[in-house]
Design a protein around this ligand. Structure first.
Ligand code: DGY
Length: 323
């Protein structure tokens, strides 16, 4: 099996690939796959590609890779893979669900707290030598504990956020999801609402939806206008779910209080207006970036590759291939 790994991944995971008899592994240099021509060239002879969310896996690439049997994505999200094109060609697609729920939920809470209590702004203030004395109104922000959190998408990560917010911060939880979660309604007292009700009632809105044709642009100017002026929006899912220009306008005008963003519409670009705003807390897509979680993601991607190689069932398929 010829395996292309599109960027270096943690060493322990690469070592398992290199130790597997019959697997010939090529790992592209850190920035090589950013060059589409290099990626296509590397993919051309591959039986399997272990890809990252930064690489587009589409019909063009599949057609240039006649032997390709699997794309093992090292991410839970797989919007970088053209699922229809893969299915039509019988190519397996796998992802890495489950192993990053805790790390991502931790970071969503960190962003929520940082935006509500103005942590980056306060730190910038202090480092600039502007802290002269304690002040009763100095850098006051929004209360977090006991407030209402609206969760868009109550899957595994949404649930992990709900647990932290409910059990750690005593927050009331509303959620919007096409699938009801009676188990969590029973256990945590979370309540399911329609989207507009949630947006109007929540003090915090945290997004945990996949990027699909239905969710792209979901949080647009009209939906932002439904939120409270004191509300905080957190996005650790995918950037294009939020209209960034509309968000920047809402933050600038005070239509909402603040935002905590780990993901952007056109990563790695960030809308220039957001970069100017103190009430936007901005991170470079690091929600799952704890050392153990990134290793677990890589190992799960490797599990999928090795399972295919050994003629076993890949553990976390998104598309079941026929090749
Ligand atoms: C994913 O896995 O989809 C994240 O965005 C990166 O961890």
């Amino acid at each position: 099996m010829k395996l292309l790994v599109t960027r270096p991944i943690p060493d322990q995971a690469t070592a398992r690939l290199r130790a597997e008899p019959g697997v010939e592994t090529t790992v592209l240099e850190e920035s090589a796959a950013m060059d589409r021509a290099v990626l296509l060239d590397g993919a051309a002879g591959a039986d399997v590609i272990l890809a990252l969310l930064t690489e587009r896996m589409d019909g063009e690439l599949f057609d240039l890779s006649p032997n390709l049997r699997m794309v093992a994505n090292m991410a839970v999200g797989f919007d970088n893979v053209d699922i229809r094109a893969a299915s039509a060609r019988g190519i397996w697609v796998t992802n890495t669900p489950g192993v990053l729920d805790g790390a991502t939920a931790d970071l969503a809470m960190a962003l929520l707290l940082a935006a509500a209590r103005r942590l980056p702004e306060a730190e910038r203030f202090l480092r600039a030598g502007r802290y002269r004395r304690w002040g009763p109104m100095l850098l006051t922000g929004q209360e977090v504990h006991g407030r209402t959190l609206g969760i868009l998408g109550m899957g595994r990560i949404g649930e992990a956020v709900a647990r932290r917010a409910r059990l750690g911060f005593g927050m009331e939880i509303l959620y919007w999801d096409e699938r009801g979660r009676p188990d969590l309604e029973q256990e945590l007292g979370v309540r399911r609402t329609d989207l507009d009700t949630l947006l109007g009632a929540a003090d915090f809105v945290s997004i945990h939806l996949p990027l699909t044709g239905d969710t792209a642009g979901l949080i647009d100017a009209a939906r932002l206008a439904r939120m409270k002026p004191s509300a905080v929006l957190v996005n650790t899912a995918r950037g294009p779910i939020v209209d960034e220009a509309a968000l920047a306008a809402a933050l600038r005008s005070g239509a909402i209080w603040a935002a905590g963003l780990d993901v952007f519409e056109r990563e790695p670009e960030v809308h220039p207006d957001l970069l100017e705003l103190d009430n936007a807390v901005l991170l470079p897509h690091i929600a799952s970036a704890s050392i153990p979680t990134r290793l677990a993601m890589a190992q799960l991607a490797v599990d999928n590759v090795l399972a295919l190689h050994r003629g076993e069932d890949p553990p976390t398929p998104v598309v079941r291939g026929t090749r």
